[in-house]
Ligand binder design. Structure first.
Ligand code: 26V
Length: 812
């Protein structure tokens, strides 16, 4: 750790940049191109220009960044620390440019140089440091905290390889490593002065009646910071990502000198592996030592950093909760409870009960899933091997809870069947536990933690997710953003409830025409991208129907593609029946070891190949599945969509956030009563939402009925025809039994109730077509969706976290 040096005579004004007029911006850009990037304008590549542009914009983030840090110190403000294994931030350049108010001047200056802003921005790799919803939520939250002036730090891992790149080979998913860091990352600030030792393994010895952990290895956590600027550039927070480096003792110089280079490098490679790659599973992953070690590495480095920062300004750790809130994004950092207790007891002389109480007042836990296979459990043996001291503390915490609250029923403890249950640990370690939509929070209370809820009433609260309107309207959909500003004035970007004012314009013909144009522009842009990037043409003017998200049985992409087949069969039977032309867009990755999900991907591609090639139907129905769905693809697709598929089995999708992005951009939802769909429907009005399917309660009842799948299939002729076509090899003529496994699941178990919901889904889709044939009506519904989605701004979510969990007031 290196101390800062004393300097004299530096005034605040010494750091002030001139107003970003086009003239100055141009000068600055050319300056960076030559003196930072080291190229001259005649030879600069797209990459060089992107670097120069990023530096030019990044410079403007420094003033708010320093200012926010200074104010937080000077005013001794409480800070929140958001611990997350994932931050799915996507590209940063345009986002920063918009928030700093530099997007237009940058575009103008570039144009003067014969360059195009979007082309340069498109050169940036998408930082895919997350799997899906949980990671993207963390990114939206970081942006909202900065916009509201909530002093906050995101803590995560600096994965060398983000989520794998998805390709298709004969319709099958193939995975390739992702390499976002090979080129320079202009948003990174390496902080060599902030590095921590993270101990692993070893044993615990008793010394003078105290437990002392003697770790066998030390891995070094090195900080890499990215500024996160809020809208209008008034505040910036830090996203701090840890890279794992070998501690000095891990390099065996003697061995190296003896010529055994490979063996000497082995422990080093092991240390670096902790931040090498993001785990690509988004549900099942148990008993993997590397994963547990990664989780502890993130948590320990972060908690050490938090305490160091606190102790720089305070000496009384007992008052930690007045100054520090730590939010655990799912159970992945749930070792934070034991880690904080360990540091307080072993290094700061606290007694156990006081440490446990303090930790509880600091920590909060957000649950993002009820799927049993996604609830983390680690074997006691593994825990003993990797984190022996933490295992002791977990056992103490478990006993301590009984001391405080009395004996408890079977199945409530932290350790069961030789496994440590991280959900229960996170629950007991936290003063607040939150679900991410109203329905989900109810289920957390009644299904997941009923006994703990009874012992700790009031601990579970709901905070419905949200998304940032800066990225998901302003950046992704500039024509819509402009129309909104032209109609209701500025300010809606940070006060999204103001979108309601659009309702007054819903019958205004000129507004409606302009609204229609924004959708049309977005569709053209998306179609252009499909053509240039993927070489596929789609019919213009067709209804764009999209389902993009991780491929999971519970999300029911299978239901969507089965219906697509049924629709195709109907068109073929009566091609002249006035069908609404549709483009079915699929997007999403499957975990590499999730075989059923991979079969579904292949089926979608196989079906697409046949349908898109059918001259009778191709103008009326098309299936597209561009590979490698990521944040940047979402930014292009979502504004273009007419219909948003949110069709999970009720009770299984915790919230969804894609559902919010689509509705905010004027897509209508076809969906079940699941996750935040319930609240979206309430907000936009049931008449502006295509609802279908069993409710969560009905799902439970239906599942218990023997042979429910077979019964449902036998009742639906269209579904039978679809299954028969698949079984006959219509979509895999060279391999007719390819989908035998999927069909068997459908007929004989159908846990996700695809068959039971098929008829209702079919009816809802028929209704979609009926309404779409009346463009006035459709458009009215779309406008009302936009106007009534203000509730789902992540600013609202963050304000709720601040008041209901963190006890922090915004600085702005
Ligand atoms: C679990 C695991 C398990 C081991 C390997 C890596 C890994 C990565 C992520 C997860 C958690 C998946 C939970 C998740 O992403 N939940 C989603 O959270 C969204 C934000 O709250 C919510 O909108 C989605 O409905 C929910 O599925």
């Amino acid at each position: 750790m290196s101390e800062s040096l004393e300097v004299h005579g530096v005034e605040k004004d010494d750091l002030t940049l001139p107003e970003p007029t086009p003239g100055h911006f141009r000068w600055w850009l050319l300056h960076h191109l030559q003196y930072t990037v080291g190229t001259d304008p005649e030879h600069a590549s797209r990459f060089d220009w992107r670097m120069a542009l990023s530096h030019t914009i990044r410079d403007r983030a420094m003033a708010p960044w320093f200012e926010a840090t200074r104010r937080t110190w000077d005013e001794d403000r409480k800070r929140v620390y958001y611990l997350s294994m994932e931050f799915l931030i996507g590209r940063l350049l345009e986002d920063a440019a918009i928030n700093l108010g530099l997007r237009d001047v940058a575009a103008e200056v570039l144009e003067g140089l014969g360059l195009d802003f979007s082309e340069i921005a498109d050169d940036e790799p998408d930082a895919a440091l997350g799997n899906g919803g949980l990671g993207r939520l963390a990114a939206c939250f970081m942006e909202s905290m900065a916009t509201l002036g909530c002093p906050g730090y995101g803590y995560g891992l600096r994965y060398e390889h983000g989520l794998f790149k998805q390709g298709f080979d004969g319709g099958r998913q193939v995975e390739a490593p992702e390499n976002w860091l090979v080129a320079d990352n202009p948003w990174n600030f390496t902080r060599p002065e902030s590095a921590y030792q993270v101990g692993l393994r070893g044993d615990v010895v008793e010394e003078d009646g105290r437990s002392v952990w003697r770790p066998r290895f030390q891995v070094l956590a090195a900080a890499h910071d990215t500024p996160v600027v809020g809208y209008r550039g008034r505040w910036a927070n830090t996203l701090r990502l840890w890279a794992a480096l070998p501690g000095a003792e891990l390099f065996d110089l003697d061995r190296f000198n003896a010529g055994d280079f490979t063996a000497a490098a082995e422990p080093e490679a092991w240390a670096r592996s902790l931040s090498r790659v993001l785990y690509p599973n988004d549900s099942t992953d148990r008993g993997k030592e590397l994963r547990l070690t990664q989780e502890y590495f993130l948590t320990s480095a972060s908690v050490q950093d938090i305490l160091r920062r606190y102790l720089k300004g305070h000496d009384e750790l007992r008052r930690l909760p007045e100054h520090v809130a730590i939010q655990m994004n799912d159970t992945h950092p749930a070792i934070a409870g034991p880690e904080l207790v360990r540091l307080l007891v072993d290094e700061h002389g606290f007694d156990f009960a006081a440490a446990a109480e303090l930790a509880n007042r600091v920590l909060g836990y957000t649950n993002h899933t009820l799927l049993p296979e996604a609830l983390e459990r680690w074997s006691v043996d593994l825990m003993r091997k990797v984190l022996p001291r933490h295992l002791q503390i977990i056992e103490r915490l478990d006993a301590h809870e009984v001391e405080l609250h009395g004996p408890r029923p079977e199945g409530v403890g932290l350790i069961e069947h030789g496994q440590v249950k991280m959900g229960e640990l996170a629950f007991l370690s936290s003063h607040r536990v939150n679900g991410v939509s109203a329905l989900h929070s109810d289920l957390v209370r009644t299904e997941l933690f009923p006994a703990l809820d009874a012992r700790h009433p009031g601990r579970i609260v709901n905070i419905t997710n949200g998304v940032t309107p800066r990225r998901w309207i302003k950046l992704a959909n500039p024509p819509l953003a402009r129309l909104i500003t032209d109609t209701i004035g500025e300010g809606w970007e940070t006060d999204l409830d103001r979108l309601r004012e659009l309702e007054g314009h819903v019958d205004d013909p000129s507004f409606r025409e302009a609204f229609g144009r924004t959708k049309h522009l977005a569709k053209e842009r998306f179609a252009g991208w499909l053509r240039s990037e993927h070489g596929v043409d789609v019919p213009v003017g067709a209804l764009v129907d999209a389902q993009v998200k991780r491929i999971h049985e519970y999300k029911r992409q299978l239901l969507n593609i089965l219906w697509t087949i049924a629709h195709w069969q109907r068109i073929k039977r009566d091609p002249g029946a006035g069908w609404v032309p549709r483009v079915k867009v699929f997007g999403g990755k499957a975990a590499p070891s999730y075989h059923v999900a991979k079969d579904i991907i292949r089926l979608v591609n196989d079906v697409g190949a046949v349908l898109n090639d059918d001259p009778e139907t191709r103008d009326l129905l098309r299936v597209v599945y561009p590979p490698n769905y990521n944040v940047s693809m979402a930014e292009k697709l979502i504004p273009a969509a007419d219909l948003s598929e949110q069709i999970s089995t009720a009770g299984m999708e915790a919230s969804g956030t894609g559902n919010m992005k689509f509705a905010l951009n004027g897509a209508l939802t076809i969906g079940t009563l699941d996750g935040a769909n319930v609240e979206i429907r309430e907000q936009v009005g049931p008449e502006n939402f295509f609802l279908f399917g069993l409710t969560a309660e009905e799902v439970a009842v239906r599942r218990a009925e023997p042979d429910h799948a077979r019964a449902a299939i036998e009742q639906s002729e269209p579904l039978r025809d679809v299954l028969q076509a698949i079984a006959e090899g219509t979509f895999s003529p060279e391999d007719p039994h390819r989908y035998g496994g999927l069909l068997d699941l459908l007929w004989n178990s159908d846990w996700f109730l695809v068959a039971s919901d098929f008829a209702a889904y079919d009816a809802a889709q028929t209704e979609v077509d009926r309404v779409y044939r009346d463009p006035e009506r459709w458009q009215r519904m779309a406008i009302l969706n936009v106007a009534r989605m203000g509730h789902f701004s992540s600013d609202r979510s963050i304000r709720q976290y601040m008041s209901e969990i963190w006890d922090i007031v915004p600085a702005l």
